[in-house]
Design a protein around this ligand. Structure first.
Ligand code: FAD
Length: 363
């Protein structure tokens, strides 16, 4: 905390609830958070194509399945343990930023209160009020909506997630099922998603009992600017999310760390102007900016792939050379290099990505 007084405002009465997440993360997140919320580890993925063919890809390195509410509580515990004043049931209603500081108005247990600070970090999610008020006129250009149900069914293969490609399962993104011990997290995301897409996956599991229904928007492109006068946006609030998977835990933690480091130096320099705070954006972009913009370009092409092309691509992807590439280079936080290498190795896949075969033709 370096001697700072930090106030954290959380609108819900408990940290981490409601859960809006599948909880799939890389080792990097485990190392950054030292969390004990891991419920499973997976090494592979069954990829299902529109014609119901599937391939299995495997990686030696594990992907972790977290219990997301416990994870948030662990991370929050690190902050409160370091001296952060966490106020629950405190909903931010207004943020004003001026020459002298910021003033935040919030409703805490029904009472309207105000606090002043040198600066504010808007880490308030996809529907960020900080963004709406202090970044007026800016919009996150690409947002998908996700829908997920924790179901009372145990997946046979606890070492792999299922990924569902094609228009039955998603418009422009993908569906999934993730094993979390006795439960499975079954969901889909896409542009203007419909309930039928979810049902196509859910019914494959014999319509199991539903434990928790969750979902929401996921911003998959970054805001044109993530800093302003005495304000920084971190995580979903700034659209700092992986465009190909919609994963935002790693990028949220990374940008949150950079935001904290930036405010320490802003305080030391007594400079909270946009000209000084722009270094925040440079810092997070130096680590993941190139990857996010490459992934966004790939996502835009991916969203246009037809069912017929997905089916063709499935047959090409199952070659041993490509499987080895995925095993050697696959990285859920930095996926673009494996995508480019796969495309270089198999030019016919490039054709399907750039010029998708129309459905009904070439099947
Ligand atoms: C169905 C689904 C599945 C997902 N699966 C994965 C996955 O497997 N792996 C992955 O990495 N990512 C996944 N994501 C994305 C991931 O959940 C988000 O990117 C991540 O939670 C972003 O973290 P954040 O801290 O920026 O925002 P959030 O987690 O949304 O946190 C924002 C916090 O701010 C609080 N808040 C908001 N407004 C106010 C206000 N006005 N006043 C006070 N408090 C406020 C909220 O209550 C919340 O606690 C998934 C998302 C969805 C919807």
């Amino acid at each position: 905390m370096k001697g700072f007084r930090v106030l954290q405002l959380e609108e819900h009465p408990s940290v981490g609830k409601p859960v809006e997440c599948t909880g799939l993360v890389s080792r990097r997140v485990i190392e950054m958070s030292r969390t004990s919320s891991v419920v499973n580890m997976v090494h592979g993925a069954h990829i299902y194509f529109p014609d119901d063919d599937s391939i299995h890809i495997r990686k030696d390195e594990e992907t972790y399945v977290l219990e997301r509410d416990r994870f948030d509580q662990d991370v929050s515990g690190l902050a409160t343990g370091a001296g952060t004043d966490l106020r629950l049931s405190s909903t931010v209603r207004n943020v004003e930023s001026g020459d002298e500081g910021v003033r935040v108005t919030f409703r805490e247990d029904g009472d309207l209160r105000e606090e002043s600070a040198m600066a504010v970090i808007g880490a308030d999610g996809a529907n960020s009020i900080t963004r709406k008020i202090l970044f007026q006129g800016m919009k996150i250009a690409r947002v998908i909506s996700a829908y997920q149900i924790d179901c009372a069914v145990k997946m046979d293969d606890q070492d792999s997630v299922n990924v569902y490609l094609g228009s039955k399962y998603s418009k422009g993104f993908f569906g999934w099922a993730a094993p979390a011990d006795d439960l499975s997290r079954i969901g889909t995301a896409g542009f203007g998603m419909s309930r039928e897409k979810f049902i196509s996956i859910y019914s494959k599991f014999g319509n199991p009992s539903k434990i928790t229904i969750t979902g929401g928007p996921i911003p998959i492109s970054t805001l044109e600017r993530t800093y302003g006068n005495r304000v920084l946006l971190a995580g979903d609030a700034g659209g700092i999310v992986k465009p190909l998977s919609g994963g935002g835990i790693y990028t949220g933690m990374l940008s949150g760390q950079k935001a904290a480091e930036t405010l320490v130096s802003a305080y030391e320099n007594q400079d909270f102007t946009p000209a000084f705070l722009r270094r925040y954006e440079k810092m997070w972009k130096d680590e993941i900016g190139k990857e996010l913009s490459r992934d966004l370009r790939i996502q835009k092409m991916f969203a246009r792939i037809s069912d017929a092309s997905f089916n063709e691509m499935g047959r090409k992807l199952s070659s041993p050379g490509i499987m080895k590439l995925i095993n050697d280079l696959g990285d859920i936080d930095y996926p673009s290099s494996v995508v480019f290498r796969v495309l270089m190795k198999s030019p016919s896949i490039v054709r399907h990505v750039l010029f998708p075969v129309r459905d009904g033709i070439g099947k």
